[in-house]
Every structure is written in C-alpha cells, then in structure tokens.
Design a protein around this ligand. Structure first.
Ligand code: PLP
Length: 379
C-alpha cells in the first residue's frame, strides 16, 4: 500500500515510536502526577519528558508553557475560547481550517476579518496590517495550508503583531516537524500543534504553547493531582489547562517522534518532502486534464499537493486510487472551505490531495503518477 495522506495523519511512524508507546503501556502506565508509587512516578516522567522535548523543539524556554491536548483542534479551541471575549476583533486568514473557523464562528460578539490568501503566495502581510482595528485582540494564521501547501509569511506577521502589541496565534498543524519554528524568535504567543502529523507521534496527541502575553480561561475543570483542597482550577501551568489523566503512551510515542525529527533534522525532512512534492508536480504537469493548485515546485515546497482531473469528481479519483491501485490519498474540501473558495473548487467537490511524508519514496510518487496517467487516459 502507498500512503500519501500524511497531511491527515502521518504513517508509518518511526520504529522507536511504536516501541516507546508499547513500553509505556506495559511498564510506565500508572496515573501520571497522581500517586506516589513507582508506576505512577514512571508515567509522570514520561509526560514531563515529552514536555521537555516539545519545548526544546519549538525554542520554548519554560517547558510548563507546553500544554498537552488530544490534537491540534483541541489546542485551537483552548486558545480561541480561552482568550477571546465578546467585543474582540480577530484577524484570520482565508486558508483557515475549520478547527479555527468554527470556534471563531461559535464565539458570540467576536468580529472576524479574513485576510485573503493568494493560492501561490499565501497571505500578504500588508493586507493583514490593513485589517487592524483599535479592538483587534488576536491574529490567528495558518502556517502551512493543508489544501495547497502554501506557506504564509508568519515571521513578518509575527513582527507586525509584536509591534502592535496584539496576541499572535499560529496554527502549526501542517508545519510542526516540517518547518523550523522558534516561538520566541517568531513572536508567537500561542501555537497549536498536532503530535500525530509531522511530529510522527501517535494519534490522540497534540498541544498548545501558551506564552506569557496570552493568559487563557481553562476550557475544562477537574483533578490535576495537586491543590486538591481548592475548588478553583490551579493558576499554575500546565495544570491549569490539563485536568484529567494524560495520554501517557501517546506522549511516550510523541517524544520518540520528536527525537526522530530532531535527530534527522527539520531541514532534511523539509528538503525530502519538497523533493517528493516537486517530483509529483513535474510529473503531473505532463498528464492531460490535470489542474494543479498552489505554489510551483521549489526548494522548500511543502509536501501537500492538490489537483483535479478533468472527467472525474475528486472523490472518484481518490476511490479509484485506493481500490484499483492501493494508493491512499484524500479528496474533498479537507475541512478548509475558505481555501477552496479562492481556488474555485468549493462548489465542485474540492480537490484530490496527495501529501508526502518523511518516509515517502520516489518510487511511490512515480506509482501514483502512473495511476493518475492511467485514469486520464481512460477518459
Ligand atoms: C491546518 C490545520 N489545522 C488544524 C488541523 C486539525 O488538526 P487535528 O486533526 O490534530 O485536530 C488540521 C488537520 O488536518 C489542519 O490541517
């Protein structure tokens, strides 16, 4: 089977991820941070190790500012519902995933302005600057689009936010583990990341970096293992946002995934994904009936590529690739309708998305190209 759906979740994982999760389930699975016995202490060390490695990866000097969640969606909900109040104005971008767009829509009394994203270049920082209002409380940006792979100029937007003393939230769902991120150097106040995509960890992992300029209301209340005499949620991080039993085995796997990424080197992973995307884009350019969306080939092209094929609905292409060629891709709107509005694919069933991961090979890309060529020839 050829797996080209790494933007949804990465697969396979490094061998060390399987081993670490298995070992945690067997030997480190007391309740972390709760009891004083050896199995509980071992689990606590697993969780804190994951925090240290995550902080190291993102340039976070205070590891307690990494809050673990079940996925990027939960982290984005914590950031948006926890930070925004009625009367606030938010600047977002038209590439926003529904895990940003839907919480924003659900917040009452919060006004949202959308910076349009060019399919090939992303958002123009000048357009973002022009949207600022006296009550702009937050700028939330997609780092890398899950539809086209376009990268927004987040360094420039972070600098704008710092100059205007506005909180900057980055959706790093497609960039964590693939693009270098340093929250302090990039002026990021809040950053949501999944553990199960580019960080190569198990599903059920993710987190939010909570910077000092962005205190949040907790979304959930409950046991944290300490301060149990008080009915109030503790003020201390990460306990304030992490009530309930942690995903110890998942976090053990996440640490192994992050270590794999750091040992391999983000630049190498990026270059490899770019090579695979470029190979795919070049091959697709020669197939009749193919329309490609997003940025052209380039040295830092992200591994996400979207296309449509004349004579086929996107869903049919994905179905045939899976059932006749054993190639896993995703079709549709990819939970980001705004991105499709600018591509003109919103009302036509979206696109077929091919997303390379750090284990994708040139032979797999070539097999996918052959399969698309066969479909094109059959029209
Ligand atoms: C840009 C973007 N943001 C947020 C998410 C949500 O991530 P998760 O599946 O970890 O909740 C995704 C998932 O594909 C995404 O691509």
């Amino acid at each position: 089977m050829i797996y080209l759906d790494n933007a949804a979740t990465s697969w396979p994982k490094p061998e060390t991820v399987y081993t670490a999760a298995d070992m945690a389930l067997r030997t480190q699975s007391g309740n972390p941070g709760r009891s004083g016995h050896k199995l509980s202490l071992a689990a606590g060390r697993v969780v804190e190790d994951a925090r240290l490695w995550t902080a190291r990866l993102f340039g976070v000097t205070a590891p307690e500012r990494i809050v673990f969640t079940a996925n990027a969606t939960e982290a984005l909900n914590l950031a948006l519902h926890g930070f925004l109040s009625s009367g606030a104005h938010v600047i977002a971008d038209s590439l926003a995933h529904n895990s940003v767009a839907r919480p924003l829509a659900a917040l009452t009394g919060v006004a949202v302005s959308l910076a349009p994203a060019d399919p090939k270049r992303g958002v123009d920082p000048g357009c973002v600057a022009a949207l600022w209002r006296p009550n702009t409380a937050l700028v939330v940006m997609t780092h890398i689009s899950n539809v086209t792979g376009v990268e927004n100029p987040v360094h420039e937007i972070g600098a704008l936010c710092r100059a205007r003393e506005t909180v900057f939230l980055l959706d790093a769902a497609q960039s964590a583990g693939v693009a270098p991120i340093d929250v302090e150097a990039m002026n990021i106040d809040l950053m949501a990341f999944p553990g199960h995509k580019g960080l190569l960890g198990p599903q059920g992992t993710g987190g939010l970096y909570v910077g000092p300029a962005a205190p949040l209301r907790p979304l959930k209340q409950g046991g944290t293992g300490g301060f149990s005499e008080s009915l109030s949620q503790p003020a201390q991080l990460p306990d304030r946002y992490e009530s309930g039993t942690a995903n110890t085995a998942g976090l053990a796997g996440l640490t192994a995934g992050i270590r794999y990424v750091m040992e391999t080197g983000i630049e190498r992973i990026r270059a490899r994904e770019a090579e695979m995307a470029n190979r795919f884009l070049s091959g697709m350019a020669d197939i009749p009936g193919v329309t490609l969306y997003g940025p052209p080939p380039g040295p830092t092209r992200a591994g996400v590529v979207s296309f449509t094929l004349a004579g086929y609905a996107a869903q049919d292409v994905a179905f045939i690739l899976d059932n006749s060629f054993d190639i896993a891709v995703r079709a549709g709107l990819h939970c980001a309708p705004g991105a499709h509005a600018s591509l003109g694919t919103l009302r036509t069933g979206g696109t077929v998305r091919v997303s390379a991961g750090c284990f994708t090979t040139a032979a797999e890309i070539d097999r996918c190209l052959e399969a698309v060529a066969a479909l094109a020839a059959a029209v």
